[in-house]
Design a protein around this ligand. Sequence first.
Ligand code: NAD
Ligand code: UD1
Length: 337
Amino acid sequence: MKILLAGGAGYIGSHTALCLLEKGYDVVVMDNLLNASPEALRRVEKMTGKQVALEVGDCCDIARTREVFAAHKPDAVIHFAGLKAVGESVAKPLYYYQNNLIATMTLCQVMKEYDCNILVFSSSATVYGLATEMPLRETVPTGGTNPYAWTKIMSEQILQDVAKTDDSRSFVLLRYFNPIGAHESGHIGEDPTGIPNNLMPYICQVASGKLDYLRVFGDDYPTRDGTGERDYLHVMDLAEGHVAAIEYAKDHKGAEAFNLGTGTAYSVMDIVKNFEKANDLTIPYQVTPRRPGDIAVCYADPSKARELLGWEAKRDLYTMCRDAWNWQKQNPRGYEK
Ligand code: NAD
Ligand code: UD1
């Protein structure tokens, strides 16, 4: 089975490519390389001994997308191609709506033209907005708090609507919680541009001495230790979730949303302590005011994915912290793009 990974040169896409190749799927990547380096895929090829065709191109460009489909005739698409920085989406809403929505619609249309009916979409826990009913089940009403979140809610809506009118389609909407870590080899990992926004890449850069100390955004939340709690999952568990989603889509029509998380919430201080212990390092930190827009707690009820996809996260927090640092240590300048 041949799978087109749109946005597949990025963080989650490259780990998913590795996983798919190891399981015997053929992989083609279409990426505009806006936030990725082709080096990630070269390393995936080395690690697996298999080839990954990279088509440099923008999924909003329908002519280019048609060319890629005509050349490779994929049986399924996994759609990672999106911009993902919340703050930037607030500053440049049109840029986010244009890229993330047009990419989704273009892929959806071209898939139909080439009779490709299986799509796995990268959604996010951000679709739950300010919901406080924890753990979050897929039935919790969605609602956005920033343009990025709305692009995920709207993409999901578009896919739901298309699936309703076309019973040949199989769409799986994967709502990722907080992916962290890297492949255990340390050959591929997360390579953020500039100063990281997210907790784990920030901690890694403090550990490497690139940044002086971690700012802990608030210690007055109504949580066990006062710092924000999230559902962190290992990126390789997440990658395996995509394989499970492809298998599920083969014999299920319609559009279905799934949480991909562990079901456990860890605080910022839990992450710091586990990172220190796993890597025998000290992470200097200072408590600063809350980051605007952050919620206290967010974690998944992953039972639907367990029951219907047969998928469950297996790797623990210690492993996530060890693998994140192993990647950073081996690649202090990332892929040097
Ligand atoms: P990433 O930026 O590493 O990967 C996204 C890839 O898409 C990049 O390689 C980028 O160059 C490419 N891309 C963007 N727009 C494109 C376009 N129009 N045409 C072709 N390529 C395009 O991000 P990631 O962390 O791997 O995330 C993958 C997907 O998962 C994104 O859609 C993101 O919104 C979603 N997601 C990520 C997280 C997370 O914490 N990383 C959480 C929830 C959801
Ligand atoms: C962020 C995004 C969210 C996205 C998710 C997964 C924001 C506001 N939200 O969520 O849309 O779906 O990533 O990619 O960006 N923290 C610190 N110091 C830091 C960084 C973070 O204390 O330097 C804290 C945060 O307050 C939070 C936790 O660490 O409690 C996790 O933060 P982060 O990694 O940015 O993820 P989310 O905020 O959950």
